[in-house]
Design a protein around this ligand. Structure first.
Ligand SMILES: Nc1ncnc2c1ncn2[C@@H]1O[C@H](COP(=O)(O)OP(=O)(O)OP(=O)(O)O)[C@@H](O)[C@H]1O
Ligand SMILES: [Mg+2]
Length: 322
């Protein structure tokens, strides 16, 4: 079968037909920005539409970078587990079909929405949206999972672990930080030389990899929050797993800081999370996420001068070392 990125309207028609769905595709085009996978919107002449996502054994935007092809299966498993909870059924896309052989996931089109990546360029999150994002996260974590389910997502967690807890603090990792921001390499040295910091990062990495009971989204940051017609949806759980919920809480908090939101917004996020959580641990995970988004490969579309970065590093230290 042709790779999804090469499909034309006839290929999409054939595919829908094979599933017994309506045909008459008038358009197949990118569903929106993404790095890891190929995600297409299929629109029919009767105005029905679908989202079709395919994983391959490399990153779609960076074909030289390998990635576990099974990630789409893990994404589907997350939705299967999450959508047992009616509140999550309402805020995630419905699965229409998953072709395990070709790694093709056909899902409901939630609409031509907008993710929250504009927060990095100065947009401020509204209190209503923030409350929804906190509340949905607690629903994810509070979703009951049957005892016999194993949602380990080992390959993706291993990959993420390397990019969060390992590579960013390595002496030689192939990244030339001073090309990103002159002086950044010296800032990195400040962190690397602090053994309390590096030791705690290592321990947090082990906690991230440990098994647990909670359903975790695994990538709960602005690009996974989609707003369509004033309603918030959660997508892209390919890094999901069962484990420590504070990881998700920490990642979300980190991105509020990285997008220059005030402390009150971080507090409001935590206040609107329903249920118990370890605040200190969440903030430690936040500290690591802040660091890896500055020193690691997964750079954000943010322009920050050295002074801003220094402040974020100090924040990361304050959060991680307690
Ligand atoms: N069910 C959906 N309904 C509407 N739009 C969607 C849906 N799923 C994905 N999209 C759009 O497609 C974009 C890419 O999807 P997604 O984030 O799942 O891809 P990805 O390749 O895994 O991204 P990344 O590289 O960030 O991991 C989203 O930002 C969103 O705009
Ligand atoms: Mg993704």
């Amino acid at each position: 079968m042709k790779a999804l990125r090469d499909w034309n309207t006839e290929d999409a028609d054939q595919y829908l037909k094979s599933l017994g769905l309506d045909t008459g595709v008038r358009q197949i085009s990118s569903a929106g920005d993404g790095n890891m996978n190929c995600t297409q919107r299929i629109v029919l002449s009767n105005e029905k539409s679908y989202i079709l996502k395919q994983s391959s054994d490399f990153c779609e935007k960076y074909p030289e970078v390998p990635a576990p092809i099974t990630r789409l299966k893990e994404e589907v498993l997350f939705y299967d587990l999450a959508r047992v909870n009616p509140k999550l059924k309402d805020v995630t896309p419905n699965k229409i079909s998953f072709d395990e052989k070709n790694f093709l996931f056909l899902m409901e089109d939630l609409g031509q929405g907008k993710d929250f990546s504009s927060l990095y360029s100065g947009d401020r999150i509204s209190q209503v949206d923030l409350k929804a994002i906190a509340s949905i996260l607690s629903e994810i974590h509070n979703t009951k999972i049957s005892k016999d389910v194993v949602f380990d997502n080992h390959e993706m967690r291993k990959l993420n672990h390397a990019h969060m807890y390992d590579i960013p603090l390595q002496a030689e990792n192939g990244l030339i930080l001073d090309e990103i921001t002159p002086g950044l390499n010296d800032l990195k040295d400040m962190l690397v030389k602090n053994s309390d910091y590096t030791q705690r990062v290592k321990e947090l990495g082990e906690m991230y990899l440990a098994s647990g009971d909670c359903l975790v989204h695994g990538d709960y940051y602005p690009n996974s929050w989609l707003k369509c017609d004033e309603k918030i949806f959660i997508i892209d759980p390919e890094f999901g797993f069962q484990g420590v919920k504070e990881f998700d809480i920490g990642v979300a908090i980190a991105h509020l800081y990285l997008s220059d939101h005030d402390e009150e917004i971080v507090d409001l996020f935590m206040e609107n999370y329903q249920g118990d959580f370890d605040k200190l641990l969440s903030l430690q995970f936040a500290g690591v996420e802040i660091m890896r988004r500055i020193l690691g490969y997964a750079q954000l579309p943010i322009k920050k001068d050295l002074e801003n970065l220094k402040n974020l590093f100090e924040l990361s230290m304050k959060l991680v070392i307690v």
